[in-house]
Design a protein around this ligand. Structure first.
Ligand code: 3H9
Length: 714
């Protein structure tokens, strides 16, 4: 009856039709402009065709519909309010028309139905969901709210509290939850989805299910007792405000729109939704979060391109050096189905590595993410060993021994002699130059860095470091392996600190300078956490481990003496000299204690100041603005240097690396996106105010040129 590029309508049998989403140009179904237009044309056909008594909606892809096409947002959101309204209204009008078709519509949700995909389902009369599918409203994660009637239909179909929780929480929900809350009418096995959906459709066609009454309920005001509702609404709103935090306006805007629209009809409520949507679409948070989605797509696309040149996936992996890091790497490989040899010279380290893998697996079992049998199978695919007997059978070697160049060189050179010439050797060093380690090897072309972040199982990023002699094939194979381990891969050029640490340590240097000049580290932490960081710099140093951080800081500093050589006693180093290693030994900038629930908590420790006072200026208050500037300028200029020197391939890869590697605040979109947001000209003016602090505070020439030309990184 209708044949488009993204959807079709066919006749199943007399009176019964099927609307089928299957975008021929995309890996997933999305409501892009083309699909919205075709849905409009399909509705023209459906409205006019005689004799239709019912319609089944299905998807030809694993994902039912992943929502609006996010890649279209930037253009749509920077257009005029009228144009944006037209963009949204095109599909709102489709969904309203769906709700007035002269026959019942049942949707079979086979996989993810998210955002606009789920909003479409809510406009259908009945929803049958496969047990493996998931549904939800991820819009707030993009800094917006549902714009195709999600805030309107959800509260008219389920309990108001549930609708608010789903819309403002942004989560993906499993089938059982969707059924319990009343978002779907039935949950069935994937195999019987079509049959069950058809059966419900036939009942509706036979008049056994009153779809017209359901439509009426969706089109009127909320059916609630007004005075009780006001109280519920204000309690719910308060909870959303608390949970969202001050940097994320979308959840609060969503609950406000839902409350405001409660006494209104569907069409009036859609106007309220649009007004809120429009406001959010203009916000820096939406720009940042949508930008992140695009940057993430780019990061994945670049990694996939590298990996596509890999001749074959790794078959057997060896991890050299057990312990926490080695154990984590072995675990991650085993989890993704690799057979792993874990080699150490020390039985205690091997035991620690196996214990680390075992602990992570037990937690997965406890969470219900894995069965005990599956966990045991993963653990048994790690073979701990004290000798090199089986190493020749490994085609991917990941070295994670102690962070000392001589040791790494010796271990890698020894192993290189035992493995075939095709084996890839990778070092998990966090600070030693790959090109320098490579001098110990006969086949430096087979060697690269593979820098994991701690804890390995939780941190998504791995830097693949290309040394001067690393071959393209080695990079390709390493990236392919990182992806096969389920991690995000970013390829960076070799330099002190690679990308993430090179950018992070100038930030810590900014911290030490502030401390030198009399700042209070607790104030710095508060201000930077308020700015959006998950933890402030002093706390972060404590968590990383002051010993680890100080060692890495010194190695990174060797590469950039013009800006990282410090001629004063640095606060972090003073902590180290006084054996205050941070959380790991209970004392760093803060002291660490166990609370009643057995959790480790940080507390202020006057001793820290006794140690610092002789070496720093008398304590004084700094403005928040000065703290932010003095912390962020060194990080921003270093990121730009990395871009200028092609350490990172693009702004998107640079920004995503910091986001995945050290938790850069999402709503700021990344270092370079933040620079775009504040403007390079304003940034240079700000940096110039601190030029007396040295090289860390000098914008690069490229920044000044871009500022003059009004250019942006994105
Ligand atoms: C919305 O709906 C707003 C409305 O209320 C109103 C609007 C006006 N757009 O992740 P995968 C790409 S907001 C564009 O590997 P999976 C994805 O980037 C939207 N592209 O598959 C990837 O591209 P590439 C709310 C999208 O099976 C490819 O498709 N929806 C979109 O691992 C394959 O994806 C969301 O926020 C999209 N909406 O996971 C859902 N979705 O091949 C976002 C996917 O170039 N999407 N792509 O790398 C997801 O969470 C996951 O893709 C999903 C499937 C869970 C669905």
């Amino acid at each position: 009856m209708f044949q488009g590029k993204t959807l079709t309508i066919t006749t199943i049998e007399a009176g019964l039709v099927e609307l089928h989403f299957d975008n021929t140009d995309k890996p997933v179904n999305v409501f892009n402009r083309a699909t919205v237009a075709e849905l409009g044309m399909a509705l023209d056909v459906l409205e006019k065709a005689p004799g239709i008594q019912g319609m089944l909606v299905t998807s030809g892809k694993k994902v039912f519909v992943a929502g609006a096409d996010i890649t279209e947002f930037e253009t749509a959101f920077t257009s005029s309010k009228e144009e944006l309204k037209g963009f949204l209204w095109a599909n709102n009008s489709n969904l309203n028309r769906l709700e007035t078709l002269p026959f019942p519509v049942v949707v079979a949700i086979n996989g993810f139905a998210l955002g606009g995909g789920f909003e479409f389902c809510l406009a259908c009369d009945f929803r049958v969901m496969a047990s493996v599918a998931q549904v939800g409203f991820p819009e707030v994660g993009l800094g917006i709210l549902p714009g195709w009637g999600g805030t309107v239909r959800a509260p008219r179909m389920v309990e108001f509290a549930a609708a608010v929780e789903w819309v403002t929480g942004g989560g993906q929900h499993k089938a059982a939850d969707a059924l319990a809350q009343g978002f779907v009418d039935a949950v069935v096995s994937p195999e019987s989805l079509r049959e069950e959906a058809l059966s419900i459709l036939r009942q509706a066609m036979a008049g056994e299910l009153d779809y017209r009454a359901l439509r009426l309920a969706k089109q009127g005001a909320l059916d609630v007792d007004q005075s009780a509702f006001a109280e519920t609404a204000s309690t719910l709103r308060a909870a959303v405000v608390r949970q969202a935090g001050k940097h994320y306006p979308a959840p609060v805007a969503a609950v406000d729109a839902m409350i405001q629209a409660a006494p209104l009809t569907r069409d009036q409520a859609l106007d309220v939704e649009f007004d809120a949507f429009y406001q959010l679409a203009q916000s820096p948070q939406a720009r940042a979060l949508i930008g992140l989605f695009m940057a993430d797509q780019q990061l994945s696309a670049v990694a996939r391109k590298y990996a596509s040149a890999s001749p074959a996936p790794a078959a057997r992996v060896a991890v050299l050096g057990a312990g926490i890091m080695g154990g984590g790497i072995a675990y991650q490989n085993a989890l993704k189905g690799f057979s792993v040899l874990m080699k150490d010279i020390n039985q205690a380290a091997l035991d620690l590595g196996m214990k680390e893998a075992g602990t992570i697996l037990s937690k997965r079992v406890e969470r219900g993410a894995m069965t005990e049998d599956a966990a045991a199978k993963v653990l048994s695919s790690i073979e701990p060993t004290l000798d090199y007997d089986d190493i020749a059978g490994c085609d991917m070697i990941i070295e994670a021994v102690v962070e000392k160049e001589v040791v790494k060189k010796a271990v890698l050179a020894e192993v290189e002699k035992l493995v075939p010439s095709s084996t890839v050797l990778a070092s998990n060093t966090s600070s030693i130059l790959i090109t320098s380690i490579a001098t110990a090897l006969e086949r430096p072309e087979n060697f690269c860095g593979m820098h994991f972040f701690n804890p390995v199982h939780a941190m998504p990023l791995v830097e693949v470091v290309r040394g001067e002699k690393t071959s393209d094939e080695t990079v390709a194979r390493a990236v392919a392996h990182v992806l096969a381990m389920g991690k995000k891969a970013v390829v960076v050029k070799d330099c002190n600190g690679f990308l993430v640490n090179r950018v992070l340590f100038p930030y810590f240097a900014g911290f030490n300078l502030l401390m030198r000049d009399g700042a209070d580290f607790e104030q710095i932490d508060r201000v930077m956490e308020d700015w959006g960081w998950p933890m402030g710099p002093a706390y972060l140093l404590d968590v990383i481990g002051i010993d680890v951080a100080v060692h890495a800081a010194d190695v990174v500093a060797e590469g950039y003496p013009d800006r990282l050589t410090m001629d004063f006693a640095q606060a972090s180093h003073l902590m180290y000299e006084n054996k205050r290693f941070g959380q790991k030994n209970g004392k760093g900038f803060y002291a660490y204690e166990r609370n009643d629930k057995g959790r480790t908590v940080k507390v202020s420790d006057p001793e820290t100041w006794t140690l610092l006072a002789p070496h720093v200026a008398p304590r004084r208050e700094f403005s928040d603005e000065e703290i932010i500037a003095r912390m962020m300028i060194p990080m921003c200029t270093e990121m730009v240097r990395c871009l200028d020197e092609e350490i990172t391939g693009s702004p998107a890869e640079g920004d995503m690396s910091l986001l995945y590697g050290i938790g850069f605040p999402k709503f700021r979109g990344g270092v370079l996106r933040w620079l775009d947001e504040i403007g390079l000209s304003a940034f240079c003016t700000m940096a110039d105010r601190y030029s007396h602090l040295g090289g860390l505070y000098q914008p690069t020439q490229s920044m000044r040129d871009m500022a003059l030309g009004g250019k942006r990184y994105y």
